[in-house]
Design a binder for this molecule. Structure first.
Ligand SMILES: C[S@@+](CC[C@H](N)C(=O)[O-])C[C@H]1O[C@@H](n2cnc3c(N)ncnc32)[C@H](O)[C@@H]1O
Length: 134
């Protein structure tokens, strides 16, 4: 997979993070485990906003986020400051990352084309192709 520095662009990724705050809060309302003291994974973390929310609000012991967008990961590291958060540029769980007690992934699975049962990219048609093919 090749992804540029940002998922969309620096500005759009920052905007997306602001827009997703209320969804992350709603997501947290649906879980019934106490995250305090837990080690938590966020797959496709972009700029790390969800893990920062968990560190501030839920008192996680440590958060780990990965994303192929290198610029977003650089922002995530900078924005994390002294919080117990680790970020890596990757498109799958980095080697050695294990033992998580909770894992989240918001708006990412639809982007992963090598999941079992997912058609290979070459057989997927774009909306434009669908419109013009009869
Ligand atoms: C729609 S954004 C969602 C970001 C974040 N989860 C949120 O809630 O704001 C999708 C993110 O998935 C990332 N992504 C794309 N392919 C990925 C993969 N194979 N593994 C992990 N993340 C991926 C993109 O770089 C982007 O940051």
């Amino acid at each position: 997979m090749s992804i540029q520095s940002y998922w969309q662009s620096a500005d759009e990724d920052a905007e997306m993070q602001d827009e997703h705050g209320f969804i992350w809060e709603a997501m947290l309302e649906t879980i019934d485990i106490d995250l305090a003291g837990r080690h938590v994974l966020d797959a496709g973390c972009n700029r790390g906003g969800f893990l920062r929310l968990l560190a501030a609000r839920s008192g996680i012991a440590a958060g780990y986020g990965y994303d192929p967008a290198a610029g977003a990961i650089a922002d995530a590291r900078r924005l994390a400051g002294e919080l117990p958060l680790t970020f890596e540029v990757a498109d799958t769980v980095p080697a050695g990352w294990e033992g998580f007690e909770a894992a989240f992934s918001h708006e990412v699975l639809y982007l992963i084309h090598d999941l079992p049962g997912t058609p290979p990219r070459s057989t997927m048609r774009s909306p434009r192709a669908r419109r013009t093919t009869r």
